[in-house]
Structures are given as C-alpha cells and as structure tokens.
Design a protein around this ligand. Structure first.
Ligand SMILES: Nc1ncnc2c1ncn2[C@@H]1O[C@H](COP(=O)(O)OP(=O)(O)OP(=O)(O)O)[C@@H](O)[C@H]1O
Ligand SMILES: [Mg+2]
Length: 260
C-alpha cells in the first residue's frame, strides 16, 4: 500500500445546529487521484476546508506525512504545500489574472527596489503567469492583464485551477473545478489533474460528474451524512453501484482490509 500523504481522523465540524462533518475519516495516498463524491450537503466542502485550513474543526485531527498539523488559515496549509481550489472561488475580482495567480506570494524586484522598497516585479509575474497558462493549454484567456471580474465563470475557474497547479507542492485539492466549465475546458482540467498526479503530487477531486470521476480517479471516497461511508476503486464497481452507496440505496461495502 502506498504511503498516506494527508490523513484526517474523526473530524467534526458544526455550524450552529447543523453538523456538517460528523466524525469523518479521510486518507490521500502518494501518487493518486482521490475523488470525493456525495450528495449536496453531505459535508464534502466542509471536510475539504478543514484539510485546507479554511475551517478549524471542532474535533478530530489532521496529519500530513504522518505528523499532526493544526492549520489556522489557508495560508498555514499553503506553507505546508497544500493548494486548494475552492468551490466558492477565493479571488480578488478587481485585480488582474497575473496578480491573482501570485496573490500572497508576489515576486519582488531584484535588489533594494524589492527588498527595501518592496516593489513588485510585475513583468516577471506576467511572464510566469502567461507561461503557466500556456503550459496548461489554456487558450481562452485573451490577456493576462485582464481583471478577474471581467472573466467568465469558467475562465475564473481555470485561473484558480492554474494557481493551485502552479503552487501545490505536496497536495492539490479541487472542489468542483469543472462545474462551470465547457466540455473542452473540463477535459483540459481532467488532463491537468492527471499531469499533476504524474509529477508525483496527489490530487483530491470533489465532483458530481460521475463519468469524469470514473475516468480520472484511482480511488473514490464516498461521503454520506457527514462521514466517509466507503472507499472504492472505480474498476471494482459499476457507476450505478457507487451512486447507490452514495445515496444510501445500497449498503456500503465492508472495508477491504488493506486495499493496496
Ligand atoms: N458556513 C456555513 N454556515 C452554516 N452552515 C453551513 C456552512 N457551510 C456549510 N454548512 C452546512 O453544512 C452542510 C454541509 O455543507 P457542505 O458545503 O460541506 O456540503 P457539500 O457536500 O460540499 O455539498 P455540495 O455538493 O452541495 O457542494 C450543509 O447542510 C450546509 O448547509
Ligand atoms: Mg460542496
């Protein structure tokens, strides 16, 4: 069995009277794409926000490379190498694409202009942003200096995906990254997910798109009523079985001890 990179045990997160996450476990292994599926409101985004430091859990623990971590903010998780594309995209709409890509880790000018006067190397950031978009095969963006609030929903999503892909060093998490995308762009994101995995960085993909999940995932984490109900391999189950487990129509299969 490959090593576990990111793990969570017994996560609980309540919002007032709503228990969004009710004792959830999670594990992400080296070199895999792990899909997380579940009905609306099952608690997927809430669990992911715990893993990415956006939400501090009421109970439970998170481990990165086997060591307990206590993220207080997304920045903490980013410092640890975890990049997340949120379902409700976190971007600065008035700023341009290049600035959004480098938000919080701006490149400064060389020498005292950068170190003393804190001046930004805008040219270099734009160059790298353009390069990054080209590398991802993103061709629908006309100018890197376009403000993000002038982009279409799908284009914004590709910027967020590009940002995560560029900066994720240990783990990349994507919450519904293709929800607003056209067919071609969705395919681009799925290709990108595979490419990230192939560089050795495991990817968590939250998605309602079952064909995409079956196409790209190595394992599928089925989330139900705030918990992990089962983990299955796409090759071992039909799509309708997996959907049955997700909705509760079918019982969750007993965990196979040591699925390799
Ligand atoms: N900030 C919040 N305040 C109050 N309740 C919340 C908040 N965030 C989530 N919830 C509630 O927690 C539950 C789980 O929500 P969550 O967004 O994690 O579900 P999800 O599985 O991601 O759903 P979807 O598939 O629709 O994205 C829901 O009942 C939701 O209403
Ligand atoms: Mg969600």
């Amino acid at each position: 069995m490959s090593e576990i990179v990111l793990e969570a045990r017994g996560i609980v997160k309540r919002y007032g009277h709503v228990t969004a996450v009710a004792g959830a476990d999670f594990d992400l292994r080296a070199g895999e794409v792990l899909a997380v599926i579940g009905d609306n409101g099952a608690g997927k985004s809430s669990l992911i926000k715990v893993l990415s430091g956006d939400v501090v859990p009421d109970a439970g623990e998170v481990l990165l490379d086997g060591r307990a971590v206590h993220f207080r903010s997304p920045h903490d998780a980013q410092l640890a190498g975890i990049e997340t594309v949120y379902q409700d995209l976190a971007m600065a709409p008035a700023l341009d694409i290049a600035t959004n890509l480098f938000l919080g880790r701006e490149i400064r000018r060389k020498g005292p202009l950068g170190s003393v006067l804190r001046m930004l190397d805008v040219k270099e950031m734009r160059r790298q942003a353009r390069q990054q978009m080209d590398d991802l095969g993103i061709t629908t963006l006309q100018s890197i200096t376009q403000p993000v609030d002038s982009l279409s929903g799908g284009q914004r999503q590709t910027v967020a995906v590009a940002r995560a892909a560029a900066f994720g060093r240990r783990v990349v998490i994507m919450d519904e990254p293709t929800a607003a995308l056209g067919v071609r762009e969705s395919k681009g994101v799925l290709d990108l997910i595979r490419r990230i995995r192939d560089t050795g960085i495991p990817v968590v993909l939250i998605s309602h798109d079952m064909p995409a999940v079956f196409e790209v995932a190595d394992r599928i984490h089925i989330h139900r009523l705030g918990r992990r109900a089962a983990v299955v391999r796409p090759g071992d189950h039909e799509m309708n079985e997996v959907v049955g487990i997700m909705t509760g129509a079918l019982p969750a299969p007993a965990p196979a001890g040591g699925t390799s």
